[in-house]
Design a protein. Sequence first.
Length: 198
Amino acid sequence: MMRNIADESFIAKTKSLLQFHFVDSTAILAESTPVLAAFETLIAGMSVHVSMNARLLAAGLTYFGGTGYLYAKGRDLSRLLFAVRDTTSERIQGTHDATYLGAFNLVFAPLLYAASGARNLREISIGTATAIAFGFVNGLPMGYSVDLFRDLTGLKECNRPSYPQSVKRMTPKIKLTLAVLLTAAGMAVTGGIYALKG
């Protein structure tokens, strides 16, 4: 009997962990992929091929390599450490998320670009600097995206001050549809950026 309860508890915890990982990773990629594709091709001067490789590798690493998990769980831990709550002002939440994402990108961007085929040190340096700047500029939207997707998929209620009450009142089915549409929109915008550059 005790073993069955322990097994059920383990299965429930594993299921929850995987749900959070999938949703957090999707939120991160839906929000960041179009912006990074634009930075890489239009500012850093990367070819569409190298940028696409970087975005595909980032998606693989986010879902299967654990970087989505590391970002989201690290952010949760950092928020706990610095007493940043859902109800904390957006200014403080944004400052936290900007600093956190900038530091996160400082570590992971050079590895990502090198693994994507970039060999030019200048290209990697500009790409990494862009990713760090992206972190400072985009930390708030990315953190907000994680909180939004968690709410839309029913994993964790979002109580941020700026979260629209109209979205909070939507039915679970409409919220899930909205999450899917936001993900598809991110993919469509990325495709448009590459078509423009190509």
